[in-house]
Design a protein around this ligand. Structure first.
Ligand code: ATP
Length: 348
């Protein structure tokens, strides 16, 4: 089976072809990069309307060159969650392509796709998943035919919380990679000045650390980091402290999720998962409790159509396709709304 995937929930216009037999994924992406500030929904939608036809065309041309005129067996698209104006463009493109190619249409939940790509690439049987993305942050675990939300942010997504600080100090979007670079710089400088060791930790700012049971909150830390910048605290020190606090919160809740479910596998998903420090903290936590940890390669972590095509193929194989009349997008589509049809034959 070969599935054409289309992604466009917010900033990344992307198309992919997944060949299930070869387990190969071709991804073509075109990101929206705002001139200043964060993601503007109208500008993002304008970007989608220009970029989606181009990335789809690139993938279809490559697919037809390799496999001939019947290269695509199904079209999968991200149905939500995401920005409504962007999702509607993706939905329209997917419906019209499925009609033109005369193949089934598959509606994929974007957050379940972030999880399933980790499960697919790792070969893990029944992991807990930490989705650390821009607009979301939650722990998912599989139980009785659904992915259950075990814990989640009570306010902002983790990437959005980090980007809020970088916007405040005037850095361009996306802020996450810049915070990571500044934090690394701070740790290296502190270590050099102190002759090695954990000197940076001694300089950690005391920021709000809010974990309530399985849920967590980032709004207090966003205000505190912005205030610290206004008071003239060194920006690299703030970046270092921001990362240490936010990622420790995510690691704490991930560990609790493993403990509560009895799972011994953790997969990581979402754009923030590209961060070395987050992966390091989770790997250390997993090793300490004898659990396996896996984060897919970066092209499958940030928003991408590869993960949509891979999950789309599993859904199509399970007969989980959509009539056009029932294929409306859903900006608030939660992962626990999805009946997990494609795991029916599995033992867990
Ligand atoms: P969602 O998947 O919830 O819809 P999204 O559409 O914003 O989120 P993602 O690609 O999952 O997209 O994540 C983008 C976020 O990842 C941005 O907030 C960005 O700052 C953050 N990010 C990217 N690279 C890094 C990094 N190295 N460290 C920390 N954050 C990062």
């Amino acid at each position: 089976m070969r599935v054409l995937g289309i992604e466009g929930t917010a900033w990344c216009a992307s198309a992919a072809l997944y060949d299930a037999e070869a387990d190969s994924v071709l991804i073509e992406s075109d990101p929206y990069e705002p001139d200043s500030g964060g993601i503007h929904p109208r500008e993002a939608a304008e970007h989608m309307s220009e970029a989606i036809p181009e990335v789809v065309d690139r993938v279809l041309t490559a697919a037809e060159a390799e496999y001939g005129p019947n290269a695509v067996d199904a079209v999968a698209f991200s149905r939500g969650p995401g920005l409504g104006p962007c999702l509607r463009i993706v939905g329209t493109a997917a419906r019209s392509l499925a009609g033109t190619l005369d193949v089934p249409l598959v509606g994929v939940n974007h957050m379940v796709a972030h999880l399933e790509i980790g499960r697919h690439r790792s070969g893990f049987e029944n992991p807990v998943c930490l989705n650390a993305s821009g607009a979301n942050a939650h722990l998912l675990g599989y139980h009785d035919g659904r992915y259950r939300v075990l814990g989640e942010t009570m306010d902002a997504g983790v990437g959005n919380a980090i980007d809020k600080f970088t916007r405040h100090v005037g850095w361009s979007h996306p802020g996450g990679p810049k915070v990571e670079a500044a934090a690394k710089e701070f740790a290296a400088d502190a270590s050099e000045a102190g002759g090695g060791g954990s000197e940076a930790a001694a300089e950690l700012l005391d920021l709000p650390y809010v974990v309530k049971g399985m849920d967590f909150s980032f709004s207090g830390i966003s205000s505190a980091t912005n205030d610290a910048a206004d008071e003239g605290v060194d920006v690299e020190r703030i970046c270092f402290s921001l990362q240490e606090h936010v990622f420790a919160m995510l690691a704490e809740v991930s560990e609790r999720a493993l403990s509560l479910t009895g799972a011994d596998e953790l997969v990581l998903g979402g754009g923030v998962a590209q961060n070395d420090r987050l992966r390091e903290m989770l790997a250390v936590m997993c090793e300490a409790r004898g659990a396996d940890f896996f984060a897919p390669e970066p092209r499958f972590l940030r928003d991408n159509a590869g993960m949509i095509a891979v999950l789309g193929a599993k859904m199509a194989a399970a007969g989980d396709t959509l009539p056009v009349a029932e294929s409306a997008v859903d900006p608030n589509f939660r992962p626990d709304q999805v009946p997990v049809t494609w795991r029916a034959g599995e033992s867990v």
